[in-house]
Design a binder for this molecule. Structure first.
Ligand code: ATP
Length: 273
């Protein structure tokens, strides 16, 4: 469990996340402000706490947002995939889970981010293993403890399969806010492309707005892939030429011709649930 909890070293803030203004605002109001101004919330007898569950297509910034939330709070970011906690040996998963929460407490202030929440709370009739129900109830107990005590640990969760998440997770004091993290719209795609291009040797003629217009359905991860594919070509050219050949619109156009958006399939599946 200790190995699972290596904090991510480099700290980032909301500026590193393109688009998602509404989600950022919600997280700021629900998590960051109460965390940074506890006395103000005490004065108004407004209880902070309760986790946020983010859902949406893969690669659209859930993990990035969680990391940026930690950065904004000046907290350690702890990233846990539920599949890493699940163990085939009876009792091992429970032990790992408890150790995870304990470690988070020791490292406070910390943001603990649970990815793949559905793997834990999957609708009980579909449970992957017989022990899952017990694990779910333990997870919920630990979660309840965090919502009540102000112990400097914030909990965020994420899933690509929100319809498979057990309703028990969404009760007050647990993941009581559920936020949709949508695929980036055109302005957000432009922002993400600019973030990805920043600091790389590039020609002046790159039309980022045009690329943003022509990439509907691309996730943030798809856009990153687009830039990296183009960058690889620029690097290869530079190797061949024996001098630095900056990234050009032509590189990006060729990369775009090779790639397809990945969020459309998810949106179709989600619509059928
Ligand atoms: P998954 O559901 O697969 O875990 P996710 O929603 O957590 O995906 P991230 O891991 O946050 O997605 O995104 C993957 C990568 O894509 C990020 O590290 C980043 O490079 C890029 N990316 C995605 N969304 C954004 C965004 N809104 N702004 C900037 N970069 C983004």
């Amino acid at each position: 469990a200790t190995r699972l909890l290596q904090p991510v070293a480099e700290r980032i803030g909301f500026g590193a996340v393109g688009g998602l203004d509404e989600v950022k605002q919600q997280i700021r109001r629900r998590i960051i402000t109460p965390f940074l101004k506890p006395t103000l919330f005490d004065r108004f007898r407004r209880r902070a706490g309760g986790g946020i569950l983010m859902y949406g297509p893969p690669g659209c910034g859930k993990t990035l947002l969680a990391r940026a939330t930690a950065g904004e709070c000046g907290a350690t970011f702890l990233n846990v995939a539920i599949s890493d906690v699940l163990d085939m040996y009876i009792g091992e998963s429970e032990r790992k889970l408890h150790a995870l929460f304990e470690h988070a407490r020791e490292r406070a202030p910390a943001v603990i981010f649970f990815d793949e929440v559905e793997a834990l709370g999957g609708k009980r009739q579909h449970s992957r293993e017989a022990g899952t129900a017990k694990l779910v109830s333990q997870f919920l107990t630990e979660l309840d403890g965090f919502a009540q005590g102000n112990n400097g640990v914030l909990v965020l969760g994420a899933t690509n399969v929100p319809w498979a998440v057990d309703a028990a997770f969404r009760r007050p004091g647990r993941f009581d806010r559920v936020l949709f993290v949508p695929p980036p719209d055109q302005p957000a795609r432009e922002q993400i492309l600019r973030l990805e291009l920043a600091g790389r040797p590039s020609e002046a003629g790159i039309d980022v707005a045009s690329l943003a217009r022509r990439t509907p359905g691309f996730s943030g991860a798809d856009l990153r892939h687009l830039v990296e594919t183009a960058v690889d070509e620029a690097i290869e050219e530079s190797m061949d030429a024996g001098r630095e050949c900056p990234l050009s619109m032509a590189h990006l156009e060729r990369a775009l011709g090779q790639l397809r958006p990945t969020t459309l399939e998810w949106l179709t599946t989600a619509r059928n649930h």
